[in-house]
Design a binder for this molecule. Sequence first.
Ligand code: NAD
Length: 248
Amino acid sequence: MGRPARLTLVGAAGRMGRRLDALAAEDERLDVTGRVDAGGPGLDALDPGSVDCVVDFSVQAQARATCAFCADHGVPLVMGTTGLEEDDRAAIREVGARAPVVWAPNYSVGVNALFALAGELATMMGEGFDLELVEAHHRHKVDAPSGTARRLVEILADARGTTYGDAAVCGREGLVGARSDEEIGVSVVRGGDVVGEHTVHFAGPAERLELTHKAGGREIFAAGAVRAAQWTAARPPGLYSMRDVLGV
Ligand code: NAD
């Protein structure tokens, strides 16, 4: 076995950062050598040559700085932060031109299976079934709908030949009229300590099918992100998804 992969965690003091740290400590193939959080020294204080992969689970406002560090120095990146703007997404794509970057709104294996099944079912069930999505998260979550919900809607919309921007209807209130065939409704629940739940409803005239994933703990995301960080080693530059990491 070669030397352990040297990880730098961005958002190291956060809920995800601490889990990643704990998981890496149990894995002899990984070594967390850099920890960046608000108020402390930034990524620029690090020697890029000593970083094998940056894993960012922090805040939207930090995403571009993380991408700039990785793009400038060709350092692999696992981006977990959600609530990103189009400029942030463009910055992630720029990293992909210089280094391998894994970008997933959700690093759990089960959710990535849900992504695969949701698209297949949308195609299989065809027109005549209304697509709706309900997501629930803990009371501290700052962005809505969740990155996972957005990705699910993108997948469903793609299966219907449309886009998130054209199809998503986030929340309904008042006299909104009957739903259209094309829209994909998104409803958001926030409260308590819910780690993350996503249900896709395929609602037809006399039958309804529901596909649900419930996350029991944040370790499922940390485990997937660690797997992604290991996977980036010796990978050519490019933008990769968790499906690439899982080989599905
Ligand atoms: P958290 O609030 O517990 O942690 C965020 C951390 O980022 C905090 O320690 C905060 O101090 C730090 N931070 C703030 N500004 C910073 C900066 N400029 N530089 C470095 N660190 C900074 O949040 P969390 O629950 O750990 O989630 C973090 C992010 O990861 C959120 O965007 C969340 O939605 C996302 N997330 C993604 C997945 C996934 O699978 N993709 C799973 C869980 C959470």
